[in-house]
Structure formats: structure tokens, C-alpha cells
Design a protein around this ligand. Structure first.
Ligand SMILES: Nc1nc2c(c(=O)[nH]1)N[C@H]1C(S)=C(S)[C@@H](COP(=O)(O)OP(=O)(O)OC[C@H]3O[C@@H](n4cnc5c(=O)[nH]c(N)nc54)[C@H](O)[C@@H]3O)O[C@H]1N2
Ligand SMILES: Nc1nc2c(c(=O)[nH]1)N[C@H]1C(S)=C(S)[C@@H](COP(=O)(O)OP(=O)(O)OC[C@H]3O[C@@H](n4cnc5c(=O)[nH]c(N)nc54)[C@H](O)[C@@H]3O)O[C@H]1N2
Ligand code: SF4
Ligand SMILES: [Mo]
Length: 728
């Protein structure tokens, strides 16, 4: 059979590595790195080859499924969409728009069609009960970007290829391949920093990244904001250096007051990092090309909101914001900050409304996912009765997943748009199958905008899927059809319906064509401007050069805000909080190279070897509890317990234990047969939905108080909350 080789991009993480896919007929027979990709230069990780496994996975859902009393049955698209919209409309007519909620998961951001169309569907749904993985993740960064630079998507990225000093707080890019820092081949880029200067990792675990760094410091989980306050104080005492930002920043006085509220001795007591180290880190950040980069561990925790703000403020005070070698802003060819036709008005809105049950703040039109169960369970006006889950798996990814799982049973309508029947979808009334990654065109609207170089790349689908027959449909078509049907059900006027329908005719390619033409590299650059045609003729991608100072052009604010009042207010909670209880074991998360949150555990080639879902425990803590290497332990938190294999290691800080997330595939009715054989346990059966970052409402996934107890005797039957969940 004839074999062809096409250039494509891996969409499984933020690195967007270029790949070459070998195809025989309709079968993927090989995937390797694309050496001609100017950004990734042939680099890939083991996950890329799983793209073929997903494409051909017999466990993937191929036709719409409807729940019956005995399980799922296949139904036609028109039947499924018709009934879903009729029931959505009935619920919203009777109980108001907020009665139908939506949760959008992480893969939507890696999907061109979802990025361009799901937001329209959400707007049409018109519910305040909109949730997403954002509030389990980068919400603090977005909140800080919104309030400091004027738009939630104006998040700066570290200029890794030009800095001589990089301090990493709560990120493990060697394993995650970088986040809010698209940098394919990040390991090599970090090794180069270590070789030419100083690479410092501050993390409660000596991670794979720390192992390559010139320096590693343990930090007590949940205390990053204290460290940042310490750094701010030392830097301000020395006098800030604004460079080109001089005269364009507000809030310096307030920052001085803020820094004056802490003593370095308290910083040290909270974080476990001694005062000399704090001073030495501040001095390092003072150097010519230095950057402080903070990620998930620094924000999905109790002090996340304050940390998100101070991460940017400390860079600014150290003279590292918007400077080569520092923390910089991108100029992406398709600009998600200012899409075609969008105004340049600041988008700083936060807490414009609050959640019904717990009064948690709205951000960017969303409410914190940690309160979704409350909104489903609590009766009253605005109670959630229907839920759309779009490319998400909150039963495994949101805190107190067991409670959410129970709450889902109470819904009158649950719809999942997914590739699989995952742990959340197994409770659904309908599962709508989406087209897998190799079946779609790709241009990375999100991650070119967060990349450490300006680059652009369009790939046509290696295995194009028409998506209008009985089988999988593109996410964008599903969103568009639901929206159009909903408008029709509501009797919307012709004008409104036509204006919404126009995007159907454009399609993702049409929208992309417009976005490129009107973007920063489009028609302004005359004949040499980037067009879709130009990108199609260079399928490995186009390099647009290193990042340039541009925040004063990019920001819709007149002046950058270093101390926005709504963020400064978060300090009261932090500084007024109780001192850490050193006897309390704190649980943190972990990722591994062959996982992507909860959903790559069905690719057999990624599942070889021993269990990765283990509890890391420091030898002192193990000895104190009689834990044995290779033995098992019960881990208990306020909300639940799990029984897991133990690994004893001094790579974890005393007083801290670590479990990865995305496991717990033991539940019946899930379509993942390989994953079920390596079920593991969900760390989110331990994380607590009642605990959020009091400033931003972001989930607290790190620094969860737990008790750990050895299991005596031979390995016993494992149960979690009464469910058998032994690793099979
Ligand atoms: N304890 C703890 N919990 C965590 C984290 C942690 O560090 N610790 N990390 C958090 C973070 S950062 C995130 S982003 C979340 C992720 O949490 P979620 O986004 O809720 O979940 P995922 O595990 O990414 O599941 C994504 C689902 O999307 C489906 N899917 C994949 N591609 C597509 C597609 O193109 N279209 C459609 N329709 N479906 C698709 C997959 O089959 C899978 O079922 O988890 C969070 N949860
Ligand atoms: N292989 C793989 N890659 C992935 C993913 C995956 O699941 N697997 N998920 C993708 C997603 S959705 C995201 S958001 C990114 C996340 O990418 P990263 O932000 O790099 O996230 P992690 O690898 O979880 O690293 C977080 C680090 O924070 C540390 N930490 C925990 N608590 C604290 C704390 O209180 N303070 C400090 N300073 N550190 C703490 C943890 O030990 C860990 O090393 O990864 C993406 N890439
Ligand atoms: S690092 Fe791995 S998962 Fe991420 S884009 Fe590259 S190949 Fe894909
Ligand atoms: Mo994430």
C-alpha cells in the first residue's frame, strides 16, 4: 500500500512539537520528530507516538451514545442533538439560564475548532454556571495578567533562550514540557541555562528539573507568596530598576507598603527557606538577564492568587519585565488577546458576581470548579440541573471528585463531548464523540501566544475527517450545531440566527485566515505578511524571531498596574492566617512524562513498566509511621481516603508526600480498557473542594493536609470510599 509522510503538530501538551506522520492507507504506521520545524527542531517526547494509538483506539467512542436503563446505546446525531437541545431549552425555560452549566476541560485549549467555537456556544447557553480547568490551574496567572496588564491572556513568558539566571517556582518543565512557556525541547534549553549561568528550582520535591539545576531549595507547600514577599522586600530595599518601563508603572508606593508588612524571619519560618537564601535569590534576580518563573505548584495552592500577582511584580521590580532575558510578552500571528473586531478595552473584570452557594468570585465569566458540586446539590433558584462537559474529566481532575461523581447522578441532563467514555462521561445521558487530534487541522491559537519565540504553524489534518456523517464530528461543528438549534428552540430572530450561522460558513480555516490577516504579522507587513496560504506552503512552521519588548504596545492599559487593589486585598488573608503546623503532613501533586492529566492511560505503549501512581514519602516520615518500601499505605484527608503503594525517597521534603493526579480508572462503565488495567487511585479523592485560594477561588491541589498510615500484613483489598479499586 502506498505510504505518505505528512508534517503535523503534536497537540498533547503545550510544547506543540512538529512531527512527521507516516500513513499507509488510513493507518498511522509511524510518528517521529520533524527536524525541519524551526521551533522544535525534531524534538518530541514519548507521548507523540500515542497520537496514532488514539486515532485507532477501538475503545474510542465513534457514534453518539445515549444512556438507557442497561447502559449506552448508539443513536443518530440528529436524535442526540435534538433531544439534548429540547431538554436544555426546557430546563432553562423553567428554571432560568443558570440551571444548565458547562465545564470545559483542558484539551479544548489544544484544539483550534474548540478555541474558536465553544465560547460562542457558552455565550448562547448564557449561564453564569460556567466552569473550566482554568480554576484548577492557571487562574491566578490570568487574574494577575488581567489586572496588571489589562487582559487575562497577556501572560508573560520567560525568555529561556536568553536568560542567564532562571528561578523556577513550582514548575517541573522537564516532565511537563513547560507550561505558560511553550518551548519544545525545554530540557536542552534549561541545560543551556545551567551551563551558562544559574538555574534554581524551588520545589517541595527534588524534581527531574531540580536534578538538572545548579541549585534546589525545598519550600513548604502553600507558602510561595511568603517567599515572594521576601524577595520583593530585598529587591525594593536595593531600589528598583525600571528600564524602559520607568514612568509607565503605577503602584510602586503600595508595593513598598506591602513589602514592609513582613519580616524575613517570618518568611523563613513559613517557607522553610533561610534568610540568606532569600537574599541570594533576590541578588540573582538582579542580574542583567534573569527571570523568575512560577507555575502550577505556585498557583494551585492556598496562596496562589497572591503568588500569581507577586511573581509578575517581583520580575518588574528586579527590572526583568519586558526585557530580553527576562519575562516577556509574545506577538502571536493570530492574536487571542485582540481577535479580529475585538476592542482594545481593558479586560480586568473580577468578582463582578459571585457563586450562589459559597459566594466565590467570578473571573472571566467563570466560577471556580471547586464549587460545582455545591451548585448541583444545593436546592433553590439557580440550582444546576443540567451540565455539558466538554473535553473534561472533572471526576478525576477536580477536588473531591467522589463528591462530584455523586452530585452528577442528581442531574436531569449530563452531556459529555469527548473521545472516550471517561470517569465523568460514564454518568452522562449522552456522549457525543469528537474527532481525535490527527483528524483535525491545527493552528495553535493559545500556545503560539505563550511561546518563548514568535512562531506560526498551520497543519492540515493528516487524516482528514469530514465529520458530517454518522461518526465523530469536529468539536467546532458540535458546538455550532448545538448553538444554532438552541437559538431555534428559543425562537431567536432571523438576524441573530444568521449572524451566529455565519461562522459555520467560515469554518475554522476561514476564521484563521481572517485572524492571520488582521493579526500583528498580517497585512501590516504588506506582501510579506503572513497568510494561511503562506503557512500552508511551509508546513513545518515559520520562525518570527525572538520575543521583543512590547508590553506598552500590547497592553490596553495606559499604565501597568503593579499593585491592583483587588489583589493587594488578598494579603490580609495570607498574613492573618495561622502559622503552619509543622507536624501536619502535606500532600502535593506530581506529573510523569507519559501521562497527560487523566486521559493518556489507554495507550498500551505508554503503560509499560511499574505503577506510576505511588505515594512519595521522606525516610523520616516513613520511619515515624512504620511505612515499608514497596508496602502500601492508607492516605486520609478531610474528604476521603485512598490506599496506595509507597515509595520512600529523600527527594521529597520531610513533612510532605506526593501523589500524581489523573488516576483512578477502576470505575465501571468507562470505555478505557487498558487504563482500567493500571487503574491507580485518584488524588482528587483526597483534595478538598471546601478549600480554595481565598483571593482567586482557584482550587487547592497542593498542600492538602493528610494522615498516612501503614497497612500491616500482606497487600489487602483496596477500597476507596467503599469502592473496590485495587490496581488490577
Ligand atoms: N490533584 C490535582 N488535580 C489536577 C491537577 C494537579 O496538578 N493535581 N492538574 C489540573 C490541571 S492543570 C488541569 S489542566 C486539569 C485537567 O482536567 P480536565 O481538563 O478536566 O481533564 P483531562 O484529564 O485533561 O481530560 C480531558 C478529556 O478530554 C478528552 N479529549 C481529549 N481531546 C479531546 C478533543 O479534542 N475533543 C474532545 N471533545 N475531547 C477530548 C479526553 O478523552 C479526556 O476524557 O486537571 C487538574 N487537576
Ligand atoms: N507529562 C505531562 N505533561 C503535562 C501534563 C501532564 O499531565 N503530564 N499536564 C499539562 C498541564 S494541563 C499543565 S497545567 C502543565 C503543568 O506544568 P507544571 O507547572 O510544570 O506542573 P507540574 O509538573 O505539576 O509541576 C508543579 C511542581 O510544583 C511543585 N509543587 C507542589 N506544591 C508546591 C508549592 O506549594 N510550592 C512550590 N514552589 N512548588 C510546589 C511540584 O512538586 C511540582 O514539581 O503540564 C502540562 N504537561
Ligand atoms: S513534548 Fe511530547 S506531548 Fe508535548 S507536544 Fe512535544 S511530543 Fe507532544
Ligand atoms: Mo493544566
Amino acid at each position: 500500500m502506498e505510504q505518505r509522510r505528512v508534517a503535523a503538530a503534536c497537540t498533547l501538551c503545550e510544547a506543540i512539537c512538529g512531527i512527521r506522520v507516516d500513513i499507509e492507507g488510513q493507518q498511522v504506521v509511524g510518528i517521529r520528530g520533524d527536524p525541519d520545524d524551526p521551533f522544535s527542531k525534531g524534538h518530541i517526547c514519548p507521548k507523540a507516538t500515542a497520537l496514532g494509538d488514539i486515532q485507532h483506539d477501538p475503545d474510542r467512542v465513534r457514534r453518539p451514545l445515549r444512556r438507557t436503563s442497561t447502559g449506552f446505546e448508539e443513536v443518530s446525531w440528529s436524535e442526540a442533538l435534538g433531544d439534548i437541545v429540547a431538554r436544555t431549552h426546557a430546563l432553562q425555560s423553567e428554571h432560568g439560564r443558570d440551571s444548565v452549566a458547562a465545564y470545559v476541560g483542558n484539551p479544548a485549549v489544544h484544539n483550534l475548532g474548540s478555541m474558536l467555537y465553544v465560547p460562542d456556544f457558552l455565550r448562547t447557553l448564557g449561564s453564569r454556571n460556567t466552569y473550566s480547568a482554568t480554576s484548577l490551574d492557571q487562574l491566578p496567572h490570568m487574574l494577575a495578567a488581567a489586572q496588571m496588564f489589562g487582559h487575562p491572556l497577556l501572560m508573560p513568558v520567560p525568555d529561556v533562550d536568553r536568560c542567564d539566571v532562571m528561578v523556577i517556582l513550582g514548575g517541573n518543565p522537564v516532565v511537563s514540557n513547560g507550561s505558560i512557556m511553550t518551548a519544545p525541547g525545554i530540557r536542552g534549553r534549561l541545560d543551556a541555562i545551567a551551563a551558562r549561568g544559574r538555574l534554581v528550582v524551588v520545589d517541595p520535591r527534588r524534581t527531574e528539573t531540580a536534578a538538572r539545576a545548579t541549585e534546589h531549595h525545598f519550600i513548604r507547600p502553600g507558602t510561595d507568596a511568603w517567599l515572594l514577599l521576601g524577595l520583593l522586600q530585598v529587591l525594593l530595599d536595593d531600589g528598583p530598576d525600571w528600564g524602559p518601563l520607568a514612568g509607565h508603572v503605577d503602584g510602586v508606593e503600595v508595593l513598598h507598603q506591602v513589602a514592609g508588612r513582613v519580616r524575613l524571619a517570618d518568611v523563613s519560618a513559613h517557607t522553610g527557606i533561610d534568610e540568606d537564601t532569600v537574599r541570594s535569590l533576590a541578588a540573582a534576580l538582579r542580574s542583567e538577564r534573569a527571570v523568575l518563573y512560577g507555575r502550577l505548584g505556585a498557583c494551585a495552592q492556598r496562596s496562589g492568587g497572591v503568588s500569581g500577582w507577586l511573581l509578575y511584580a517581583v520580575n518588574a521590580v528586579a527590572g526583568n519585565l519586558d526585557r530580553p532575558g527576562g519575562l516577556m510578552f509574545t506577538q502571536p500571528a493570530v492574536d487571542p488577546v485582540y481577535p479580529p473586531g475585538a476592542s482594545r478595552k481593558p479586560r480586568t473584570g473580577f468578582a463582578r458576581w459571585r457563586s450562589r452557594v459559597r459566594g466565590l468570585p467570578e473571573f472571566s465569566g467563570e466560577l471556580p470548579t471547586s464549587t460545582l458540586s455545591d451548585e448541583i446539590e444545593t436546592p433553590g433558584e439557580g440550582q444546576v440541573r443540567g451540565l455539558f462537559v466538554w473535553s473534561g474529566n472533572p471526576v478525576l481532575s477536580a477536588p473531591n471528585g467522589t463528591r462530584l461523581e455523586r452530585a452528577l447522578e442528581q442531574l436531569e441532563l449530563l452531556v459529555s463531548v469527548d473521545l472516550y467514555v471517561n470517569e465523568t462521561a460514564r454518568r452522562a445521558d449522552y456522549v457525543l464523540p469528537a474527532v481525535p487530534p490527527l483528524g483535525r487541522d491545527h493552528y495553535d491559537v493559545a500556545f503560539h501566544a505563550l511561546a518563548v519565540r514568535n512562531t506560526a504553524k498551520f497543519v492540515a489534518a493528516p487524516l482528514p475527517t469530514p465529520g458530517d456523517g454518522d461518526e465523530e464530528r469536529h468539536d467546532w461543528r458540535i458546538a455550532q450545531e448545538l448553538m444554532e438549534r438552541l437559538l431555534r428552540a428559543r425562537g431567536a430572530g432571523v438576524r441573530q440566527r444568521l449572524s451566529r450561522a455565519s461562522k459555520r460558513w467560515l469554518g475554522p480555516r476561514g476564521q484563521l485566515r481572517l485572524g492571520l490577516r488582521l493579526g500583528p504579522w498580517g497585512h501590516w507587513h504588506g506582501l510579506s505578511g503572513i497568510t494561511l496560504g503562506a503557512l500552508r506552503s511551509q508546513p513545518s512552521g515559520v520562525d518570527l524571531g525572538p520575543l521583543q519588548p512590547c508590553v506598552l504596545e500590547r497592553s490596553p492599559l495606559q499604565r501597568l498596574q503593579l499593585a491592583p487593589p483587588q489583589l493587594v486585598a488578598g494579603l490580609d488573608d495570607l498574613l492573618g492566617g495561622p502559622a503552619a503546623d509543622a507536624s501536619q503532613l502535606l500532600l502535593i501533586g506530581r506529573r510523569d512524562l507519559r501521562s497527560a492529566n487523566s486521559w493518556l492511560h489507554n495507550a498500551p505503549r505508554l503503560m509499560k513498566g511499574k505503577s506510576r501512581c505511588t505515594l512519595l514519602v521522606h525516610p523520616d516520615d516513613a520511619a515515624a509511621r512504620g511505612l515499608q518500601a514497596a508496602g502500601e499505605a492508607v492516605v486520609r484527608s478531610r474528604v476521603g481516603e485512598v490506599q496506595v503503594p509507597v515509595e520512600i525517597t529523600d527527594a521529597i521534603m520531610p513533612g510532605v508526600v506526593s501523589l500524581p493526579h489523573g488516576w483512578g480508572h477502576h470505575r465501571s462503565g468507562v470505555s478505557w480498557t487498558t487504563a482500567a488495567k493500571h487503574a491507580g487511585h485518584s488524588v482528587n479523592d483526597l483534595t478538598d473542594d471546601a478549600e480554595v485560594d481565598p483571593l482567586s477561588g482557584n482550587a487547592v491541589l497542593n498542600g492538602v493536609p493528610v494522615e498516612v498510615q501503614a497497612i500491616a500484613g500482606p497487600r489487602s483489598m483496596a477500597t476507596i470510599n467503599g469502592v473496590d479499586c485495587r490496581d488490577q
